[in-house]
Design a protein around this ligand. Structure first.
Ligand code: HEM
Length: 498
């Protein structure tokens, strides 16, 4: 026991409380009195302890640290936080699973979120990525349907492998990401042993106004380590917080996890004629085409002090981009720019950016005002612009928006295909060239195990036709595993035989 005197309990208004144990009653055996304000406050606050969980990525963990620049990148971007070798920027990183709820097992098969908030001198920069360089769909209007196919069904309130494979097999653009998900990379051993990717293509702009298309790859210095399907399932039963515990313990032991930031950089003009659509989120840029350049390191060295305040209420938004960094024509990214601040206003409240974990480390001088729970303000600063009384003024020359030129008819359409675009070629390369023999065996058995549980025969057959187009051997092995005659049709999505 320490000699230090405990503070006196107070109400939330700071008034000393009379008891930690007993409510105020008429005689020892009740009844209770309405004037017991502290009891009523305790009950009322308790009833309001939860905010809604994130609609996706509900289960996650996070830590603080820093990003350090290790290479001169001023030829590509004028972002201030990247402008000097050795410069460090404080960060918050939150890792997550996608489909499970707040209390779900964090070792389940799923992509992992890898969201980074850089507290830069020019405001917050949020890079809200995954542990995969690609995604399941390439148009934001399919995202909600995709997520619905992964979450609980309306009748049973259980997840359905049938719904997943129904959606995936009807959405062949998903097969590259499904290959990744069904490989052992779908069950990382820990958050520390996986890579993080910005996934989308972004724009970098240098001080001269030259533009580049870039992709971010955070490569784990701990090495990639995965669970097998059986190990992940056993761990999900044994410890639903395994990844959370691992991250917290590693940082507590000062075994700080580190990632190397490698960038792929494409000159602006090359996008038009690149063999793949460089803005299609279901595709990678093969490293041979654009070799990654190491530019920095990300280190996590501090655990949150209060999980709810600092992690549950953390709000990441891809729209938070600082000068020198901009969006690309990736339709998914453009959709996400709207979605996140919208969900934060609903989940946390309109002034979520004033919470300590979300507030930038620079002063805020906007003309937005009021709303529930606002406590930061600019006194009597003018509340409209333009004004004659010294209110903040934007600098359109210094901070001009960056973009690209666009024109065309207004319509709903798929992207225009580039020379080598199709949905299967990169998944085939992933299977044949990125995976080891053991990885390939596991991919087959993981798919067979997953598709073998409650998936309708016709859905299995349709999915196998897609696997065939990824790789004939892979398709045959999955078909055999499911006791199906290998599909005869090898007709590609464009009607071409492959
Ligand atoms: C149109 C496509 C997408 C939409 C509409 C969308 C929407 C959302 C929403 C509403 C949330 C919950 C945010 C919150 O409550 O804090 C979320 C979380 C998240 N999303 Fe997306 N998402 C999309 C695609 C993606 C993609 C492509 C990635 C990765 C490359 C991604 C990564 C994440 C991550 C990491 C989180 C969790 C952030 C955190 O840790 O708080 N999402 N998404």
């Amino acid at each position: 026991m320490s000699d230090k005197q405990n503070p006196i309990t107070t109400t939330d208004a700071g008034i000393p409380a009379a008891s930690d144990e007993y409510s105020l009653s008429v005689g020892p055996n009740g009844p209770l009195l309405l004037q017991d304000h502290y009891l009523i406050q305790k009950m009322a606050q308790f009833n309001r302890e939860r905010v809604p969980e994130r609609v996706v990525h509900a289960k996650g963990s996070g830590a603080f640290g820093y990003f350090e620049v290790t290479e001169d990148v001023t030829q590509w971007t004028r972002a201030a936080f990247l402008n000097k070798i050795g410069k460090r920027t404080p960060v918050l990183v939150r890792f997550s699973t996608v489909a499970g709820e707040l209390g779900s097992a964090d070792t389940a098969r799923d992509p992992r979120g890898f969201a980074i908030k850089f507290y830069t001198e020019e405001g917050n920069y949020d890079l809200v990525g995954n542990n995969t360089p690609i995604f399941f769909v390439r148009d934001p209007s399919k995202f909600q349907d995709f997520i619905h196919s992964q979450k609980r069904m309306p009748d049973t309130d259980m997840r359905s492998n049938n719904a997943m494979w129904d959606f995936w097999s009807l959405s062949p653009e998903s097969i590259h990401q499904v290959s990744f998900l069904m490989s052992d990379r779908g069950t990382p051993r820990t958050y520390r042993h996986m890579n993080g990717y910005g996934s989308h293509t972004f724009m970098w702009v240098n001080a001269q106004g030259e533009k580049f298309w870039v992709k971010y790859h955070f490569k784990t210095e701990q090495g990639i380590e995965n669970f097998t399907d059986a190990e992940a399932k056993a761990m999900s039963a044994e410890d639903t917080d395994y990844h959370r515990r691992d991250l917290r313990t590693a940082i507590e032991k000062k075994d700080y996890p580190v990632w190397r930031l490698e960038m792929q950089i494409m000159p602006f003009a090359e996008a038009a004629t690149y063999r793949f659509n460089p803005f299609d989120l279901t595709k990678v840029w093969p490293h041979g085409d654009y070799p990654p350049v190491t530019i920095g390191r990300l280190v996590l060295d501090r655990n949150p002090e209060n999980f709810f305040a600092e992690i549950e209420q953390a709000a990441f938004e891809p729209a938070n981009m600082v000068p020198g960094i901009g969006p690309s024509p990736d339709k998914m990214l453009l959709g996400r720019l709207f979605s996140y601040p919208d969900t934060h206003r609903h989940r946390i409240g309109p002034n979520y950016l004033q919470l300590p974990v979300n507030q930038p480390h620079v002063e805020v001088h906007s003309y937005n005002k009021d709303g529930a729970m606002r406590y930061r303000h600019n006194g009597k600063q003018p509340v409209y612009a333009p004004n004659s009384y010294g209110g903040p003024q934007a600098d359109p020359e210094r901070y001009a928006d960056v973009g690209w030129s666009a024109s065309g008819e207004i319509l709903r359409s798929a992207y225009t295909l580039h020379a080598e675009d199709n949905d299967f070629v990169q998944a085939g390369n992933f299977y044949r060239h990125a995976l080891s023999v053991t990885d390939r065996d596991h991919l087959v058995s993981n798919i067979v195990g997953h598709m073998g549980q409650g998936v309708d025969r016709f859905v299995q057959e349709r999915a196998i036709k897609n696997w065939y187009q990824v790789d004939k051997e892979l398709g045959t092995r999955i078909a055999e595993g499911l006791g199906l005659t290998p599909a005869l049709s090898t007709t590609g999505q464009d009607g071409q035989n492959i």
